[in-house]
Write a protein that binds this ligand. Sequence first.
Ligand SMILES: Nc1ncnc2c1ncn2[C@@H]1O[C@H](COP(=O)(O)OP(=O)(O)OP(=O)(O)O)[C@@H](O)[C@H]1O
Length: 575
Amino acid sequence: MVQLLKFLRPYITTVAIVLILLFFQSLGELYLPTLMSDIVDKGIVNGDTPYILKIGGLMLLVALGGTICSITATFLSSKTAAAFSRDLRGKVFSRVETYSLHEFDKIGTASLITRTTNDINQVQQVMIMGLRMMVSAPMMCIGGIIMAVSKDAKLSLIFVVVIPALAALIFSVARKALPLFKVMQGKLDKLNLVLRENLIGIRVIRAFNRVDHEKKRFNDANRDLTENAIRVNKIIAAIMPMMMLVMNFTTIAIIWFGSVRIDNGNMQVGDMMAFIQYAMQIMFSLIMVSMMFVMVPRASASAVRINEVLDMVPEIVDADEIKEMDRKKGFVEFRNVNFYYPGAEQPALQDITFHVGPGEITAIIGGTGSGKSTLINLITRFYDVNAGSILVDGVDVREMSQESLRAKIGLVPQKAVLFTGTVADNIRYGKESASDEEIRRAAETAQAMEFISGMENGFESILAQGGNNVSGGQKQRLAIARALVRRPEIYIFDDSFSALDFKTDAKLRAALKRETKEATLLIVAQRVSTVIDADRIIVLDDGKIVGMGNHKELLKGCMVYREIVTSQLSEEEIA
Ligand SMILES: Nc1ncnc2c1ncn2[C@@H]1O[C@H](COP(=O)(O)OP(=O)(O)OP(=O)(O)O)[C@@H](O)[C@H]1O
């Protein structure tokens, strides 16, 4: 929690103003009972009406001043806390943006969402309360004690019993509630996870008639969270009545002992009335502190989760010294690359060595799980190799900036991801400054023109929720157009033609060949027809290269390739 306070730095002036305002408000509140006791002891007892009116007027003024201070302080503290959480959300978001895929896997998407929203809200709420109480509670408590002692030191001995009793009460409640609060955020994560999976997988859930199963899963997570919340709230709900009980007993004790002292002539009635009010103020300040005790643990559980995100050091960062790149363009070289996913016993890639250059089409083929996507993810540096090195344009990818590396690459991922916006916006994602003509040309090459012109508003048609209103093949073609508009040195197509029919696939590849003559093309594919014309085909099996060459060479020399080909093409086609 303390770690997060640094985000308050830009608002330090406002925070200081809030604290000063609250100081004056508390001062006013401490002054009021004394004024009231004066009215009783001097005004009423002596029948001095002008005195009563004068002090009564002063009381009104003090109360008004206090109210103005309080309202302004509340306004400013709420504004500051909102700005604080806006900044913090921004910070968390930009941190997450620097994560490599490892870190994403570690925390999980659902939890990252909860941490950026709900957890920050918890901290914000405590911030508002904390700002107010930081000054009010100690002032009211200590000031109240001083004032009470000044009114009647002997009667103040009551506090020697009351305050430790209240403190013990608060402490025991906090000890019970704290672990439950910690668990609460975890349960919220779980609920978010189920919800997220359900929303994304709604089609699968319906198709497999798993609605009831998913309902149960959601209800379980929901019930779990609710039960925990009820348990916590029960404890918190018990605080108030217990506090009130202590307060009422204290009042009784003050009146009891006070009246004895008044009887003996040691105390005046007004002083006793003021004393009761000071006792109330002291106890209310303790209640405020107890509320903090309740809220701070929950917020600190949230703060820990936020700090976890902020403190997680991304595994993939730019090197301290960025190497200048040669003037070469479009060269990719793997040198004895080994790669393990964290926790995996077997390497996903083993001893991979090959190089490709501009003007070449290299296809990567292999069974599912053979490591094709992994190999691609290493070029874009989504992961770092465990051994060996990958050079792009003659420089190790770990020694160049991630930005300049990725500027060279146009990636079409296996699963086409689009963003809410127009068709043109989505293609322009590849190159912000792209002209309408460039966008049209990219769409033409990607064989997307036909369906785009068939849409009601053409390039200005809106893609709902990341492209839910276009087909899988259309999505893929838009993702291809997005990469093409960039005109990168290296194109990477990760199984990007799989959702296309054979005719479109062939047309697209022919158009690509024309458009990307100077560039390096890496095409991951499952279909032999997609790779057959490639200059070089790399055959992967179980993370190892088992063959490299063109179609004819591999047919002769690579068993695995021959098996893939015979499983897909007829004898005549092979011949
Ligand atoms: N994020 C990950 N964490 C751990 N293991 C992974 C991860 N992604 C892939 N793997 C494993 O690495 C191996 C290679 O996976 P990869 O996705 O590269 O295969 P692929 O050849 O692209 O398969 P497909 O054609 O089915 O997409 C597989 O055994 C897979 O289980």
